[in-house]
Design a protein around this ligand. Sequence first.
Ligand SMILES: CC(C)(COP(=O)(O)OP(=O)(O)OC[C@H]1O[C@@H](n2cnc3c(N)ncnc32)[C@H](O)[C@@H]1OP(=O)(O)O)[C@@H](O)C(=O)NCCC(=O)NCCS
Ligand SMILES: [Zn+2]
Length: 245
Amino acid sequence: MGVVWAEASSFAAGVVGFLDPTESARIRHIHAPHDQALFVAAAGLLHLVLGELWGTDPREAVVDRTCRACGRLHGKPQPLVDGWHCSVTHSGDLVGVAWSRAGAIGLDVERCRPVDLEELRAALTDGEFTALASLPSCSLEAALIRIWVCKESVVKLTGEGLAGMRGFSVPVTPAPPDTPGRANGPGLDQVRILDLTPRPHYAAALALRGSPTLANSLTRFISPESSSSCGRSGTPGHDVRGLRT
Ligand SMILES: CC(C)(COP(=O)(O)OP(=O)(O)OC[C@H]1O[C@@H](n2cnc3c(N)ncnc32)[C@H](O)[C@@H]1OP(=O)(O)O)[C@@H](O)C(=O)NCCC(=O)NCCS
Ligand SMILES: [Zn+2]
């Protein structure tokens, strides 16, 4: 189990060659260049990470992206090797990939921005709304972004998507560092949520089943310049070695 992060603007060009034909075709339907870079960087990072974990060329480390709502290839990515799970997220200039062999996983990141409590009303349970409304205004903004990523990480674990946000609750304030919070809702008994801080001005959360051993210290940031040597799969310039340890 682990999480890796990269900065899309500097990372995308180096990994675009890892994408499979369906992913390459999807780029053409994304109009804004920055959104294209986010998609390419996230998809390329996923190939790179799975390639390292499986000991294969990143181009051969493919996932099924079939959307369970409409059948198109923009859904929750599912590794094609049995027993593996992954999740992909992007916001601002950051992309993240999480993987697990211990059950489904959900990762979400958001660049911090002003959010209004009413904006999130539809995603919150009544209990969450009341608890947030009672927070002092100085801590409310951070709490809103945090609860958003926590809840989104859970619906990315289940694959349900944003429509499921009101069907469960999460703690309104963070647990102590590296201590998982609990999701509270039908079918979520085993789901735990970890607050992550990949970069200043970004909030992130990882939802997973069971008892996580993952901590912020086990997450990693990958930059294109971080290695001049080749990884197992012969990909120069990306130090993803040792992810399996
Ligand atoms: C999944 C969802 C919560 C992600 O929201 P977002 O704001 O785009 O957030 P992120 O950047 O963190 O995540 C995007 C990634 O989630 C993954 N994803 C897509 N659908 C997913 C799902 N149902 N469950 C988990 N992950 C999903 C993809 O890898 C996607 O990355 P990509 O666009 O590079 O392929 C949101 O898109 C959603 O609710 N989707 C499901 C329902 C829906 O609207 N379907 C529309 C098409 S029919
Ligand atoms: Zn769809």
